[in-house]
Design a protein around this ligand. Sequence first.
Ligand code: ATP
Ligand code: MG
Length: 592
Amino acid sequence: MDRPSVIRKTAHDLRVTPNLVDYEGERRMFTWAGARAALAGLPDGGLNIGFEAVDRHARGPRQARTALRFLARDTAPRDISYAELAALTSRFANVLQGLGFAPGDRMFVLAGRIPELHIGLLGALKAGVVVTPLFSAFGPEPIATRINLGRGQVLLTTDALYRRKLRDWRERMPSLRHVLLVAEQGGPTDEPGTLDLAGLMAQAGESFTVAATRPQDPALLHFTSGTTGTPKGAIHVHEAVVTHHATGRYALDLHDTDRYWCTADPGWVTGTSYGIIAPLLHGVTSLVDREEFDADRWYELLAQEQVSVWYTAPTAIRMLMKAGTALAQARRYPALRFVASVGEPLNPEAVHWGREALGLPIHDNWWQTETGGIMIANTPAFDIRPGSMGRPLPGIDAAIVEHLEADGEPPRIRLIEAPGVDGELALRAGWPSMFRGYLDNEARYRRCFADGWYLTGDLARRDADGYYWFVGRTDDVIKSAGHLIGPFEVESVLMEHPAVAEAGVIGKPDPVVGEVVKAFVSLKAGHEPAEALRMDILAHARRRLGAAVAPKEIAFLQVLPRTRSGKIMRRLLKARELGLPEGDTSTLEAGA
Ligand code: ATP
Ligand code: MG
């Protein structure tokens, strides 16, 4: 199907004036010092994420506004105002302080999207305690590994999760001094070796003096998704809040009266930076849905809850597409004005689908655990070139670089000035939410930097107008008969085929051409794997890509293996294809 190469914005898209209208002008004027001045700060130059997200609003005009609205299938919504959130997070900070925890200590959180997750995370930040959220679907092994790696001293979790997963593992996590349990099934809990959170909260005071954290003090420790290998622990500092605030303004276009919904799992960095922190920094109402993905329920929430800004991921969008456009079109979304996506390349097909199904195109943006916040984005005021990640936000300098030696250490690089050339995506070091280290791996951290640039490990190209196009991860790129093939390009073309729901593409070693392209696809409802369909998809790919780049082989899979953050794990497709060890699969989503 021929699609337009630009999606133009309509008056309906732009009915609220976007925050970023003059791209060049804003980039010229922007300074991080200026961005920080938009926040309150603590006395003597201190800065604290929890204070900025919660306490700053708790006394002003927003105090009675709903900060967080928790939704679940079988219970009534629970609304927590900014003033209540300030009191609850202060109680939690007092609980930690009362147990002897001090700034710099480390707390892990293992919970679904329950209020205590938000209260605990923000309360710990107010107490200066460093927080690591985990995927609640993790089994005991990945939980214990991460707590031990991070030398966690306190764990916040639920009674059900603790009983199911951790009761027998407690002595294998010797750094843990306390386990705080949320009694989900009615309390108080009397699990040996744990503390009942509700009881402690009830006794704790509602006023708390926020810890005098400095901008460079650690705040969050986040593990990467494990798409390319063993997850790495990325350390972030309180100053990251400046990026969270600026990107909430530019990339998510948050306005004062927004009703915002971020669907990311709390165990993924997006669930923290944009599921919890950024919307609160802007004082908006944030919806939190307790339930797992369900296409019909999601459309119902978008409509009924009058969501105005929605931040989701390609995997979710592909699942919605799989469920059929008609389901989306059965409702109207008059409040919705901006939809964004992150985590994986957003296939052009998905951008167009947004327009058809929701009435709005989907805005791809790019960042990583290491960058702590959105770096490159499609923003509301500008037309979208489907398949492009957009342009660097104000305050962010991006470049395409070439390595001068294969494995130079420290790396030696050259900036590629010409547009249209593939190379590694690099960012000029120094934005506030840049990670400050990999846990226990200083050497690997140092290898990420060259000549003042942070090297992202992603391949991209920049066009003549400054838009960035994702090519693939440096690990995933395919070398075939002298061509360098990015899997994204091939996957996007496969996705155009009406039967294809998802595609993952790998290079399969070949004695003649080096590697041949092999594709794994899953099909949309109503299509069955069959030889004729395989030939049809192959022919479509050849027509669109040419014989050199099109897959030579296509295999049908029910589902593609993906991480809990929803990313297709090409390394696993490859290992399985070649009969090699699967490596670290701690973040693999169950059933894949
Ligand atoms: P690991 O580093 O452990 O292999 P990961 O890189 O998937 O895992 P994250 O930090 O969650 O862990 O993901 C960041 C990566 O996700 C980026 O480096 C990029 O490869 C991919 N990504 C994120 N957003 C986009 C996007 N909009 N387009 C293309 N790729 C994206
Ligand atoms: Mg990564």
